[in-house]
Design a protein around this ligand. Structure first.
Ligand code: HEM
Ligand SMILES: *[C@@H]1O[C@H](CO)[C@@H](O)[C@H](O)[C@H]1NC(C)=O
Length: 200
């Protein structure tokens, strides 16, 4: 191959001509050229995202939604219901696996008009486990006891995902269950979702 010869010949001369042949190697091969364009495109995207800063792309959303104060309390199904993003503060809460999360920053998913708006202000566990986005307006606590092991696993997976991405608010209360008074709680415990607290 010609390029191969060029490299060998140039290598003995000096490094600047080695560079030149390396460039030729890249620019004369259509495959390398294609890969190079992809790399340049990706680097461009990363640099652009960096320079625009975090959240620059949903600027409109941020302007409409200044950060809300942290919530820390337990909810019954009925108490959770108004937090579907239609209140003046626009806060959106969702319960998964007995844990209530503040998903306001995921408003494009759960806010009014979002693809998963039917989860807002509700216990989404059953919906997530059964791939169902139809609203369940039942005001009863759903004990999920009819679901199978795989569905319960899926709910726990979703719970972990929500825990990672969103702010934990408190527990979803069963019928007659009393809310925890978080004002009297020491700070270390403050951020821990239900099942983690039970361990110790
Ligand atoms: C045709 C079917 C579906 C498609 C194409 C789809 C697509 C997507 C995409 C692209 C995202 C990520 C969006 C982003 O990160 O910007 C997403 C997130 C999500 N999807 Fe779906 N989805 C489908 C069905 C479902 C179903 C049936 C459920 C539950 C019942 C579901 C629940 C969710 C949830 C909870 C999120 C996470 C939002 C978050 O990060 O908080 N999706 N979906
Ligand atoms: C709605 O929730 C109730 C319990 O709260 C449950 O028994 C029922 O199966 C749910 N319906 C659907 C369609 O998921």
């Amino acid at each position: 191959m010609e390029t191969q010869n060029t490299i060998e010949a140039d290598a003995t001369v000096e490094s600047s001509s080695f560079l030149a042949s390396a460039f030729r190697e890249i620019f004369y091969s259509p495959m390398n050229l294609a890969l190079l364009s992809i790399i340049i495109f990706l680097v461009y995207k990363i640099v652009r995202d960096r320079t625009e800063g975090p959240g620059a792309r949903d600027l409109s959303q941020q302007q409409a939604e200044p950060e809300l104060p942290k919530l820390r309390r337990d909810f019954t199904i009925k108490e959770l219901r108004p937090y579907d993003g239609t209140q003046p503060d626009g806060r959106v809460l969702i319960a998964v696996n007995g844990n209530v999360y503040d998903v306001t920053k995921g408003k494009r998913f759960y806010g009014p008009g979002g693809p998963y708006a039917t989860f807002a202000g509700r216990d989404a566990s059953r919906n997530l486990a059964t791939f169902n986005v139809v609203a369940n307006d039942s005001e009863e606590y759903d004990d999920l006891s009819d679901l199978g092991a795989m569905e319960m696993d899926s709910i726990r997976d979703w719970d972990m995902q929500f825990k990672e991405k969103y702010e934990y608010v408190g527990k979803l209360l069963r019928n007659g269950e009393q809310p925890t008074d978080y004002d009297n709680e020491n700070d270390d415990d403050d951020e821990l979702p239900v099942d983690e607290k039970k361990k110790d």
